[in-house]
Design a binder for this molecule. Structure first.
Ligand SMILES: *Cc1c(COP(=O)(O)O)cnc(C)c1O
Length: 343
């Protein structure tokens, strides 16, 4: 039985072409700034995101953590979307490393300028933690890969700028948002001071994330990357995979989105399933299980026994993610499996 792994878009393995690019990469000591492949990737991503400079980091979590260090001080307040990655999936790192507190706003991973303005805490107040950063996640993982509407991103970032609040875009899946909206990554990134992107999600590289921003800000990030133990040596082996991924795996994300739509349309017909297929915009499907359906652990366990892997992301919610290593037929078969385990 072939396993269809929909747990995450991080489960892909490097293709033969990608492995070849890694094997033949020109490398050097990146701590001396001498890895030509890392430098080429940093330059390319800076230009794709319309920024002066970019910095390679091993993981997206480190990118988020370095961003918090570079843009806040301990005790500050950071306004984020509800159920954002930095708050739910980084093991408390934001409190441990940057020492910030979060204020969650909005619904389904998105929020408006009005919602933002209502929870901003001023500097210099006798009791408030000053809000010094707003972070937007696009696409938003736990809400099912939802795209943050660009007009709202522009309005929130403008309000933040007026108040002297910095802005950060967690764009681990910004490439998906770009393909789904038809807007170039540079336009999606434009409202923000600092932008993080991952190469190890839908793009299929074995690792690597980048932060992009002004040269001054990236210089600050450089220091905090080192502090986090993330300064590597011949990282060009990884960077080569990233360059290959941007060349070969970017436009095909549209396939993943189409496959997610196929999966969602079928699963939404299941009894007790709570899922609006229209709300599936990219490669992530999060579906709820009503009171008459089995719980998430049961559905995931039964599906696993039939060769389909998914994640229980809550007691009654399941996540499935499409990617490079699953076909349309796999997604149809996986959806049939889900329907068969709901009774
Ligand atoms: C995956 C992800 C990250 C980074 O995760 P790593 O596993 O550390 O690479 C950051 N933000 C979001 C929204 C993510 O989905």
């Amino acid at each position: 039985m072939r396993t269809i792994d929909l747990r995450s878009d991080t489960v892909t393995t490097p293709t033969p072409g990608m492995r070849e690019a890694m094997a033949s990469a020109e490398v050097g000591d990146d701590q001396f700034g001498e890895d030509p492949t890392v430098n080429a990737l940093q330059d390319l991503v800076a230009s794709l995101l319309g920024r002066e400079a970019a910095l390679w980091l091993p993981t997206g979590t480190m990118a988020n953590q370095v961003a918090l260090r570079a843009l806040t001080r301990p005790g500050d307040d950071v306004i984020v979307s509800r159920e954002c990655h930095a708050m739910w999936h980084e093991t408390g790192a934001s409190a441990a490393n940057a020492g910030v507190q979060f204020t969650e706003v909005g619904e389904h991973g998105v929020f408006s300028r009005d919602e933002f303005d209502l929870v901003v805490k001023p500097r210099g107040h006798a009791t408030y933690a000053p809000t010094t950063l707003v972070e937007i996640e696009n696409t938003h993982n736990r809400s099912g890969g939802r795209v943050f509407p660009q007009a709202a991103a522009v309005a929130v970032a403008a309000s933040a700028r007026d108040r002297g609040i910095a802005s950060y875009l967690d764009g681990a899946r910004l490439w998906n948002a770009s393909v789904a909206t038809g807007l170039p990554p540079s336009q999606l990134a434009a409202p923000f001071d600092l932008v993080g992107v991952c190469l190890s999600k839908g793009l299929g590289a074995p690792g690597g994330s980048l932060l992009a921003g002004s040269s001054d800000l990236i210089a600050r990030c450089h220091r905090y990357r080192r502090m986090a133990g993330g300064a590597m040596r011949q990282a060009g082996i990884f960077a080569a995979a990233g360059l290959y991924a941007l060349d070969h795996h970017l436009t095909r994300l549209a396939d993943d989105h189409a496959h997610a739509a196929v999966f969602a349309a079928k699963v939404a017909t299941g009894s007790g399933v709570r899922l609006d297929p229209e709300a599936v915009q990219t490669n992530i499907i999060v579906f709820g299980l009503g009171p008459d359906a089995p719980d998430a652990a049961t559905v995931v366990g039964r599906a696993r026994a039939k060769g389909v892997l998914m994640f229980a992301i809550g007691p009654r919610s399941v996540r499935a993610v499409t990617h490079l290593d699953v076909t349309r037929a796999d997604c149809e078969q996986a959806a049939d499996t889900v329907l068969s385990v709901l009774d």
